[in-house]
Design a protein around this ligand. Structure first.
Ligand code: SF4
Length: 477
């Protein structure tokens, strides 16, 4: 069976929330008996197999339904469970092999939890009848691929795209004309921008936070606050952003799917808008497996970053909540997303990134870059997909502090990979490693700066906020 179902199922199948009628229970049992061994089906009741090269995406520990996270290991294993391949890598690989790549661009909905554990075949049969059973059966043998796909789509699209979601594979430009934030204004004006991040404090004392903000503010267009990065709890992004706006510093509010539900995301987005926070960066978030113990739930998120972007973009541009309620005063956001250019194959990564842009991402902040040359194939793939003119890319660079930090990033942080050359430079630098880290950052910036498609630099300080000013000045930014 391994050709059909490349991974073992990671989590058990779902059970329905309610007691279903005997006929439905029987159908569900039959569906699990067949689809379980064939496709690794978990009976999510919201089947997407058509769009995922017939590999069940619910095998992903995070339950991601729109592509891989940035944490695939260099061996293409899942960082949450390194004994298994990343299921999304398997999906992409098979879709590429079988010419189904295009289907990977459709923005797919989060689970309708009402349906989990229930059968989907009843709905398919109903839809086949509506389209015409004879027409559907004859399409199975049709040579005309276009006609075949049209008939299949008329059956399966209504099932996978409920009205409350209505996802597609198209690009949706923002509906507003004037920039909503200073960061957006500068990027639109063609300035090569620098953003940074200030580490949120571990306690409620904000003195250090404010000192750091004052230290970096004159050098950057905006300041990011991570949302419990590496699954380590710290002061919330909202509180940090408020400290920044109080000092007239523009924040980038990071929000992770790990700690959000569809309800909390929408409520938070409206709330932060009221606080004057306009730049929102949507991330899936680091799994608690990389965080401190005891670990929180390692599995299953309510949303993924693509879905977060889709929801927020529709709130802004269409003035609706996910449940269809209209808003009298829609919020305004400049929406961003994270990307991990080296996480998987550049061509596959570009598909995921195009999907994010289609869903609503207007700017990208990349994971840490230590090998600028490896950016080229990824940027070329984005260009081929006509994405480069639709998104601003800010490349992630960090001033390494010590060999220990370098090794930690290389070994422990999902999606970050340091070449041997940099590791050995840091090791040899010994006591001067903090200075060596700055020199490496300056060299990286000078190689990244001129690349087509790069609109700025995101300095991830790793707690070295004092280095930001020097880097900006010496790199001539
Ligand atoms: S690496 Fe990420 S996307 Fe891939 S299976 Fe693991 S959690 Fe899911």
């Amino acid at each position: 069976m391994s050709g059909i179902k490349p991974n073992r199922r990671w989590q058990p199948a779902y059970y329905p929330f309610r007691k279903e009628k005997p006929g439905k229970r029987l159908l569900a049992r039959l569906e699990l008996m067949i689809k379980g061994p064939l496709f690794g089906c978990r009976m999510c009741g919201n089947c997407l197999l058509q769009e995922t090269a017939f590999i069940c995406p619910m095998e992903c520990p995070k339950g991601l339904r729109n592509g891989p996270c940035g944490g695939i290991t260099p061996e293409k294993l899942c960082y949450v469970d390194t004994t298994r391949k990343c299921v999304w890598y398997c999906i992409y690989e098979r879709a590429q092999r079988t010419g189904r790549e295009k289907t990977l661009l459709e923005v797919l909905p989060p689970l309708d939890w009402n349906k989990t554990g229930t059968e989907t075949w009843g709905g398919v049969i109903k839809q086949v009848r509506a389209v015409g059973t004879g027409k559907f059966i004859s399409s199975l043998f049709a040579r005309d691929k276009k006609r075949k796909s049209e008939i299949w789509d008329s059956v399966f699209r209504t099932i996978r795209q409920p009205e409350w979601w209505n996802g597609d594979s198209e690009y949706h430009p923002p509906s507003y004309a004037e920039p909503v934030s200073e960061l957006e204004r500068k990027l639109r004006a063609g300035e090569f921008v620098v953003v940074t991040e200030v580490t949120p404090p571990l306690s409620s004392d904000t003195r250090k936070l404010k000192e750091n903000l004052a230290m970096v503010s004159q050098y950057v267009a905006a300041v990011n606050f991570t949302d419990a990065s590496s699954a380590v709890p710290r002061m919330s992004g909202i509180a940090c952003c408020k400290s920044a706006t109080d000092l007239n510093i523009e924040p980038v509010f990071q929000i992770t799917a790990r700690d959000a539900t569809r309800t909390s995301l929408q409520a938070t987005a409206v709330g932060v808008n009221n606080l004057g926070i306009k730049n929102i960066l949507c991330l899936t978030g680091d799994n608690p497996v990389v965080g401190p113990h005891p670990a929180a739930d390692l599995s299953m998120l309510d949303l993924d970053s693509v879905q977060m972007l889709w929801i927020l973009r529709r709130m802004r541009d269409e003035g609706i909540y996910l449940d269809g309620r209209r808003m009298k005063y829609p919020p305004v956001f400049f929406l961003g997303a994270a990307t991990s250019p080296f996480a998987s194959d550049p061509a596959l990564q570009a598909i995921k990134d195009q999907k994010k842009v289609n869903a609503g991402a207007q700017f990208f902040q990349t994971n840490l870059i230590f090998e600028p040359d490896r950016l080229d194939p990824w940027l070329e793939n984005l260009e081929k997909r006509n994405v480069l003119d639709k998104v601003y890319i800010l490349a992630g660079v960090a001033p390494l502090k010590s060999y220990k930090t370098a090794l930690y990033l290389h070994e422990k942080v999902p999606g970050v990979c340091l070449p041997e050359k940099i590791l050995s430079r840091m090791e040899k630098a010994g006591e001067k490693s903090a200075e060596e880290g700055i020199q490496i950052a300056l060299e990286l910036i000078s190689s990244i700066k001129g690349k087509k498609g790069i609109s700025g630099i995101h300095i991830m300080t790793l707690g070295r906020e004092e280095a930001v000013g020097r880097i900006v000045k010496e790199a001539g930014l």
